[in-house]
Ligand binder design. Structure first.
Ligand SMILES: [Zn+2]
Length: 140
């Protein structure tokens, strides 16, 4: 079991509203970054009209077109899509007030961790536990 360390809150005077606004900004910036990456991937494979079509669809969050592009050998987009889905989920949670709460144990995920992975849904302990389980599954 991990011990609770005395960690400083980054800014003790931050109100919940300010925290929410700050986190939302981080998530949206991350989202834009991933969209940009996805578009670059597409640019490598598709040119002309189709490229624009897929790029516009991505902006609208319409992945059906992007999935079509995936058939054209864009497997990498799946990873982008998954990350975007997780960010959307995090944004939704932020609105619900459940952001930063571990889905497994309900503990608060540390700010340090959220800074690294703004769309983390598990605390470090639960994630390690899950990774171990996955490793075990692979061995069998
Ligand atoms: Zn947990």
């Amino acid at each position: 079991m991990a011990k609770k360390r005395g960690r400083k809150k980054p800014s003790p005077r931050e109100t919940p509203e300010e925290r929410k606004a700050r986190l939302r900004k981080i998530l949206i910036a991350k989202r834009d970054e991933i969209l940009k990456e996805a578009k670059e991937e597409i640019g490598k494979f598709i040119r002309g009209e189709n490229k624009e079509l897929v790029e516009t669809a991505l902006d609208d969050g319409d992945w059906s077109v992007a999935d079509l592009a995936e058939d054209l050998n864009l497997r990498k987009l799946t990873a982008h899509k998954e990350r975007l889905n997780r960010i959307d989920e995090a944004l939704r949670k932020l609105e619900d007030g459940t952001y930063g709460i571990c889905e497994d144990c309900g503990a608060e995920i540390s700010e340090e961790r959220l800074k690294l992975i703004p769309f983390a849904i598990y605390c470090v302990e639960c994630l390690e536990h899950r990774e171990k389980l996955e490793e075990m599954e692979r061995e069998f």
